[in-house]
Design a protein around this ligand. Structure first.
Ligand SMILES: NC(=O)c1ccc[n+]([C@@H]2O[C@H](COP(=O)([O-])OP(=O)(O)OC[C@H]3O[C@@H](n4cnc5c(N)ncnc54)[C@H](O)[C@@H]3O)[C@@H](O)[C@H]2O)c1
Ligand SMILES: O=C(O)[C@H](O)COP(=O)(O)O
Length: 393
């Protein structure tokens, strides 16, 4: 039985992909082979020595100790794009709530409760509505920082709404560039984007290089009165700088999916409880993608959408017996493949197919053999210096 330990509420549509004849799945699984989680902050000591992979049903992996996992040869997956539409729709909600009098208008109406003269209420509301007038999005400029799965969808939506879209992403992948609507004006300098936007929305990961990206200097570069939307991560924003910006009018509104005490109760702040990906559709998409990627890894050793291992896939030889595939992780140092193949040759085991790739400090190899390796052969490979782990599949 393969054991999957879960944290957080993972959609049953995804967990159902694990056939219960072969998998035990749940929050109480001990000595798990793999972990599926959402935003649970995973401590290194929660990752037992039995764990081979961790699947984040979502985009951000800042809650997973990725460097620690890489050192231990644990593959960390995420589900890029699977919740992007949900976030896009909440960004639109945030932009509309920040620019139309919906929230104060609703609060004003709630205060009228308890009367009975609807004609008088209607007359009063018609008189009061001038307090709640707003602006339209069409014709305004939206700056997007981070043009990946979410940023590109937000760009398309804003263009459809008649907005001008500026984009900044110094690390844009070729795939992401292909997805981007060609009306997006690419800006090389984040301060130029801030100076020329009415709305700025953040869609980048939290990394050492992006922590506190929105700081005093960036706030002073903003077009006065700008609306800043943060559906990315709390840590990307220096909140002292944002509060100063709100107080001096440099920032008109701050819309954030990451509540903080110092922001609660301000009329110029709209907070939501990290619900960017909390739709039935996104939760299902993420859970299904995480489960499928995890199964392909646990059964075949294939890797798709890992944040710390190379992408790699090897078709099974038709008719091959089980337990004839080796999955090997090792430090990315010269000469490793030669040493591994020498062990197999010494054991008189023939290689039928093989694939090897590296990513930063890690290398990963799948080798199909003409027969199942003995435990002595697998142990001999494990014994090679700089080999991290060896699994027979
Ligand atoms: N609020 C939520 O519920 C919610 C939901 C999903 C994702 N997120 C957050 O949003 C982030 C983005 O998600 P995604 O699916 O679009 O990820 P993604 O990987 O598809 O896109 C991220 C983009 O950010 C870019 N980037 C990296 N460093 C940058 C920098 N310094 N300046 C500008 N761009 C930079 C990357 O090149 C990439 O194109 C996630 O990492 C996660 O933290 C939040
Ligand atoms: O990075 C993500 O995918 C989002 O922040 C969603 O997090 P959640 O799965 O906890 O809702």
């Amino acid at each position: 039985m393969t054991k999957i330990r879960t944290y957080n509420q993972i959609s049953s549509k995804g967990l159902d992909r694990f056939d219960r004849a072969q998998y035990q799945v749940g929050a109480d699984q001990q000595d798990a082979d793999a972990i599926v989680l959402r935003s649970h902050k995973l401590a290194p000591d929660e990752i037992e020595s039995s764990v081979r992979a961790i699947a984040r049903a979502g985009a951000g992996t800042n809650n997973v100790p990725v460097t620690h996992c890489t050192e231990r040869g644990v593959v960390v997956f995420n589900t890029p794009g699977a919740n992007a539409n949900a976030v896009k729709e909440l960004v639109l909600t945030g932009m509309l709530l920040s620019t139309r009098g919906v929230i104060p208008g609703m609060a004003h109406i709630a205060k009228q409760a308890g009367g009975s003269d609807n004609a008088a209420l209607s007359k009063q509301m018609e008189a009061d509505k001038k307090q709640f007038a707003g602006n339209e999005l069409a014709g305004k400029t939206l700056g997007i920082i981070g043009l990946g799965a979410i940023g590109s969808m937000v760009a398309g939506m804003a263009i459809d709404l008649g907005m001008t879209v500026l984009g900044y992403d110094p690390a844009l992948s070729v795939d992401a560039a292909w997805r981007l609507p060609n009306q997006v004006q690419k800006i090389e300098n984040v301060t130029a984007l801030l100076a020329n936007s009415d709305f700025v929305t953040l869609h980048l990961p939290v990394l050492d290089s992006t922590r506190n990206l929105i700081n005093d200097e960036m706030v002073s570069a903003m077009k006065p009165g700008l609306c800043l939307l943060n559906f990315a991560r709390d840590e990307i924003v220096d909140h002292d700088a944002v509060i100063k910006g709100l107080d001096n009018g440099q920032i008109g509104r701050y819309v954030s999916d990451f509540p903080r005490y110092e922001l609660i109760g301000r009329d110029d702040v709209i907070l939501t409880p990290h619900i960017g990906a909390s739709t039935a559709e996104a939760e299902e998409n993420c859970a299904v993608m995480a489960a499928e990627q995890l199964k392909d890894f646990l059964v075949n050793g294939n890797i798709r959408n890992s944040v710390n291992f190379p992408a790699l896939s090897l078709d099974r030889v038709p008719g091959a017996e089980t337990d004839t595939r080796l999955a090997i992780s090792n430090k990315n140092v010269p000469g490793m493949l030669g040493k591994i193949l020498s062990v197999l040759a010494e054991q008189d085991i023939n290689v039928i197919d093989m694939i090897n790739k590296s990513r930063d400090e890690i290398a990963y190899t799948l080798i199909d053999l003409d027969k199942a390796p003995s435990s002595a052969a697998a142990d001999a490979i494990r014994g090679i210096e700089d080999v991290i782990n060896v699994t027979v599949l």
